[in-house]
Design a protein around this ligand. Sequence first.
Ligand code: PLP
Length: 360
Amino acid sequence: MTRPYNFGAGPAVLPEAILQTAQDELFDWHGHGMSILEISHRNKDFMAMMEKAESDLRELMSIPNNYKVLFLLSSARQQFAQVPLNILGDKTRADYIDTGIWSAMALGEAERYCQPNCAASSQAGNYTSIPARDTWELADDSAYCYFTSNETINGVEFHEPPDVGNLPLVADMTSNILSKPIDVSRYGLIFAGAQKNIAPAGMTIVIIRDDLLDRAHPMTPSTLNYKMIAEKDSLLYTNSTMPVYMAGLMFEWVKSQGGLEVMAKQNAQKAQSLYAAIDASDFYINPVDAACRSVMNVPFLLADEAKLPDFLAKADEAGLKALKGHRYVGGLRASLYNAMPQAGVDALIAFMADFEKHHG
Ligand SMILES: *Cc1c(COP(=O)(O)O)cnc(C)c1O
């Protein structure tokens, strides 16, 4: 059986090799005669597996020792509240950089907890660019500066983290974590929902600098308190064994592929080939400023929108799945996470050329 190419933004494609391992191990995980779905989160082999997953992630991302890694039973959006609850401390302001739908949503949620300062926004330009750093107006007494390193819906990516001096930098890396090497020491807090580039849905990873662990609001529920979770090695509550297990397999897979340098090179190549095909044609349009186009999520439009349903139906028949754009922006979107091979992108590009020939 040949599997179709899944271009969905999340839950997203996983490497075939790890699906195969999960299938092989499902009935009898590591000689326990039970599956990973049935085993206790306090089983010593499960805990050892979770520790290995953490140490593999630390190795892959070169995470310094003064950062904690948390595996949370959480959506990514839960962090829109959990971040301010935990790290505002005695401050009432926080800076937000509004570069797309996810950062706008995070800013909206933060209004429940503080007075977020929208220090820069590209909303007026329909979120197709990133405001130049020297135009940002950071607040005087801000607890942190929040940004979305890759806007999954709008297809806008920061290729470097912004320089905000000593202000703790908070990044929503849900859709580009593990896509390239990053310097973790530039950040105060990184979070990423697993269902884009790591594992199935049901887990969010938080990487937090130690000095930010002592600032939680007293009303913060224990189960949302980063420090209390860290003290229990992410086992303050029954963690979800399956996503943790799948993430561990994914980290091993990324290591076996050569690590983040190799991922970055492959991802750049995939994105470059697709953007080149879009730009070479008047039939397809990507409106994002070339300087901040996303390597992971490529939204594009048909010049003639009326052809969209036909494009989607024929692509689906050709085994190119989940290309429909997010309902907020319409059009098409191809997500090119680590597990999407160049062959999938090549198949999409060939399909696009063929569709244009017959409908252009
Ligand atoms: C998908 C996504 C989210 C939301 O994830 P949920 O787990 O559904 O809450 C938040 N931020 C970014 C950047 C995303 O891509």
